[in-house]
Design a protein around this ligand. Sequence first.
Ligand SMILES: Nc1ncnc2c1ncn2[C@@H]1O[C@H](COP(=O)(O)OP(=O)(O)OP(=O)(O)O)[C@@H](O)[C@H]1O
Ligand SMILES: [Mg+2]
Length: 500
Amino acid sequence: MENNIILKMEHIFKTFPGVVALDDVHFELRREEVHVLLGENGAGKSTLVKILSGTYQKTSGQMTIFGQEIDIHNPKQAQELGIGIIYQEFNLIPKLSVGENIFLGREQTNHFGVIDQKKILTGAQKILSDLGVDVNARHLVKDLGVAQQQIVEVAKALSLDAKILIMDEPTSALTDREITELFTTIRSLKNKGVAIIYISHRLEELFEIGDRVTVLRDGKYLGTQNICDISKPELIRMMVNRELKAQFPKQKSTIGEEILRVEHLNRSEVLKDINFSVHRGEILGIAGLLGSGRTELARAIFGIDKINSGRIIIKGKRHKIRSPRNAINLGIGFLTEDRKTQGLIMQLSLKNNISLPSVERFSSFGIINNGAEDQAAKRYVKELRIKTPDLNQKVMFLSGGNQQKVVLSKWLCSKADIFIFDEPTRGIDVASRVEIYQLMNRLTAEGVAIIMISSELSEILGMCNRILVMRQGEIISEFLAEETTQEKILQSALGVSAVA
Ligand SMILES: Nc1ncnc2c1ncn2[C@@H]1O[C@H](COP(=O)(O)OP(=O)(O)OP(=O)(O)O)[C@@H](O)[C@H]1O
Ligand SMILES: [Mg+2]
């Protein structure tokens, strides 16, 4: 094989009704390389890898794998060819255990042909410990956080002995520490001869883990480069084809009166004596490792989880929040970290999803005013550059990042004045991030308060006024953004004392 090329895709086209997702794309993969696929939300990255994994059929074009010209018709065939994929949206079965999920469809049987639970568990546990992660194979997937589910997906792909491993945004739900672990795994896979196709919107990662990069824009192939020959600004220019404003365009806003105060909030073992307040015009960041209680805090305030004790004071008045409906009526909006299960109704259109929390505002006497609904949806499609053929497109057909933009629009449209954003830029491309940050600026200028939970410390430092750090269900420290550093926040989150 020339130059160790194990996979070649040429003149690939893929069309969906009303959308040309891939428009004459080329891609080539060498043995033992990490090849990064880069492009804005909706550029066609997931579509390209889904053609490789047998989920989608190309409309036209040629593919050569291990020297053989071939068409991949279904996922099983892809698996037999040695292609493993970790999808952007998880494909785990919540009711099954971690071990059962890892070996799904390849149940391990004993010599009586009976499913051997013990074999499944020990096999799965071995893969997990080889990965160096602390996940129990017996646990049910439904009890895991997003990051742990991500790890199960990696383990599942590894158990298939893939020679080509595709990772579609594997780190979007992980914090720095887990990303480091994943990268160690990727490097050892590479040394074992595995080639990796890697998709991510975090540009820093590409320079750390990638060997080559292929850039797509609007379904078109823009080129392939060695990572060591290209700079970050060059890559961004190639990707977005327009000048980008500052990465974190934080504007000074006037901090107004207190809008939300939480006092002595407790919830069994997960939240311990939480006290804090947030003011109009303020962006309050919440940092912490996975499992530190950040999302649990948001869920408690929003009325999803019951609290054992504590007071929540909104606009000077004490309220008992018993349900999300309650919270919404009090002006709270919650953008959840897991858009697939909590944020969107996949079968509904973009416009219906956006108007969902505000249905009352769009209807009179029980009849929805389609015009107003359309107008609101149109506005956000434009402001956030949501890539869609029209407002009636079902959100299941939008790309991952564009789905995230719909979740965001939904809450922006709801006219809340206290927003809790849990990982708001997860899966969002570099250009659209800036647009989301600008929207946050506009909201705070209008007197809205934002609580932003994020695993990206640069984003927290770049956009927040004040930062709370959580560890093991407690608020451990508080910093003013301009007076702190990433190291200080991380040390606090990890619970190590500062080195003098
Ligand atoms: N099943 C489908 N039906 C209709 N359109 C689709 C379908 N799958 C993808 N598309 C469209 O194809 C285009 C490319 O989508 P794709 O998911 O490949 O983007 P992406 O580069 O992975 O983006 P992101 O970074 O947001 O994940 C988008 O416009 C998307 O809406
Ligand atoms: Mg995608």
